[in-house]
Design a protein around this ligand. Structure first.
Ligand SMILES: NC(=O)c1ccc[n+]([C@@H]2O[C@H](COP(=O)([O-])OP(=O)(O)OC[C@H]3O[C@@H](n4cnc5c(N)ncnc54)[C@H](O)[C@@H]3O)[C@@H](O)[C@H]2O)c1
Ligand SMILES: O=C(O)[C@H](O)[C@H](O)COP(=O)(O)O
Length: 344
């Protein structure tokens, strides 16, 4: 049996190795239809468009994406072609929530007595909302698909008017009743309070690049970018914290994605599934004795490291930056989820 897999997926040999005679690792962005000849299973990340073109020569028996987002899969085509597919919902939700908290701590943003809005209150957004609430913020959510959430729901325009902090965690939805493309744009950004902090760790086009230049006072934390990966110098310069789409890149999160996709494939093929405890490593010693949340976060994840690497590396024109952006993601130095540390 043959498995074609994005070269940036960890844990493939340990999980899939015993079941496939051939494992072909490819660059996810340049994967071609020819490379998929005779493959039984295709496992990707978010940079591979799995569509009619990629699958034109051959239909695999399974497609898995080790990611939360599914905007790169042509789901109607997979369904119509009877190709079973699976994503990894929630696999990196804690990693993204860690990122948001690390960014707010790094900006020395107060939470107690502040109002935060979470736009998109699913796996990631609800974790972010609960963490902000537990640290004393009043939190509201914007999510037109929900009738109730972990915090009170409101409209986007109301949220923008009351928020000191506004975190975007929606999928990229291009059509339908509630598209998310351009949710924040140069028009409605005028509703925000002076000096509000905006975090985008969802998908780049949810916040239009034009919005970055429509207000000087807004404090931006950007992990995802409208023109990603071809990010412009001007956009980077607007962000107080700038990173290359790595909010979900904690070591545990990436491995959890592979593990979830392995189990989906295994269940489909009557192969025994694997428990997370067989894959996850042991707890790590707590990195600080401090009781202050800002110290605990800073000791667990230094977000300035990632911001510094990004700013130093991305100094070219957008086309050149696109290559560097992908390179930074491929060689991400890693970090651990906060929950991996033994805080007891
Ligand atoms: N930066 C990263 O590394 C990273 C990591 C993980 C996920 N993501 C992105 O974050 C997204 C959210 O992840 P999740 O696990 O919470 O997904 P999820 O599916 O659990 O939740 C998404 C929520 O967004 C809501 N939503 C959809 N359209 C909306 C709209 N127009 N306005 C407001 N809310 C809307 C949905 O109703 C849902 O509740 C993913 O789809 C992915 O694109 C990014
Ligand atoms: O959708 C997701 O799960 C995240 O955006 C994820 O971090 C994407 O990572 P990639 O597949 O691009 O490596």
């Amino acid at each position: 049996m043959k498995l074609v897999v994005d070269e940036n997926i960890p844990g493939v040999d340990a999980l899939f190795g015993g079941y496939f005679d051939e494992i072909v690792r490819l660059n996810g962005r340049t994967m071609s239809a020819e490379a998929l000849a005779n493959c039984d299973a295709l496992v990707v990340r978010s940079v591979t468009a799995v569509d009619r073109k990629l699958l034109s020569g051959h239909l695999p028996k399974f497609v898995g994406t080790c990611t939360i987002g599914t905007d790169h899969l042509d789901i109607p085509f997979l369904t119509q072609s009877a190709v079973p597919w699976s994503s990894a919902p929630g696999c990196n939700a804690d990693s993204v929530a860690d990122y948001v908290m690390a960014a707010l701590a790094a900006l020395e943003q107060p939470l107690r007595g502040q109002t935060a809005a979470v736009v998109g209150c699913g796996n990631v957004g609800s974790r972010v909302a609960l963490r902000l609430q537990s640290l004393g913020a009043t939190v509201v959510a914007v999510d037109p698909n929900l009738t109730h959430a972990v915090v009170p729901l409101t409209s986007l325009s109301e949220a923008l008017q009351i928020a000191d902090i506004c975190c975007f965690h929606t999928p990229l939805v291009r059509d339908g009743r509630y598209p998310s493309v351009g949710l924040l744009n140069e028009a409605n950004i005028q509703l925000l309070k002076k000096g509000a902090v905006i975090v985008n760790a969802g998908r780049g086009p949810v916040i239009r690049d034009a919005a970055l230049f429509a207000r000087e006072d807004i404090r931006w934390v950007l992990d995802v970018w409208d023109a990603e990966p071809a990010v412009s110098q001007a956009s980077i310069a607007r962000a107080e914290i700038a990173t290359p789409h790595i909010a979900g890149y904690a070591n545990e999160a990436k491995l959890r994605g592979t593990w979830m996709i392995f189990n989906a494939w295994a269940a489909l093929n009557d192969i025994p599934t694997v428990g997370w405890e067989q894959v996850a490593g042991a707890k790590l010693a707590r990195p600080t004795e401090s009781k202050a949340w800002q110290d605990q976060i800073a000791a667990s994840y230094d977000i300035w490291r990632d911001d510094g690497i990004f700013r130093t590396a991305l100094r070219g024109a957008p086309e050149e930056n696109a290559v560097t952006f992908d390179g930074l993601r491929k060689h991400y130095p890693g970090r651990n989820e906060f929950s991996r540390f033994d805080w007891e």
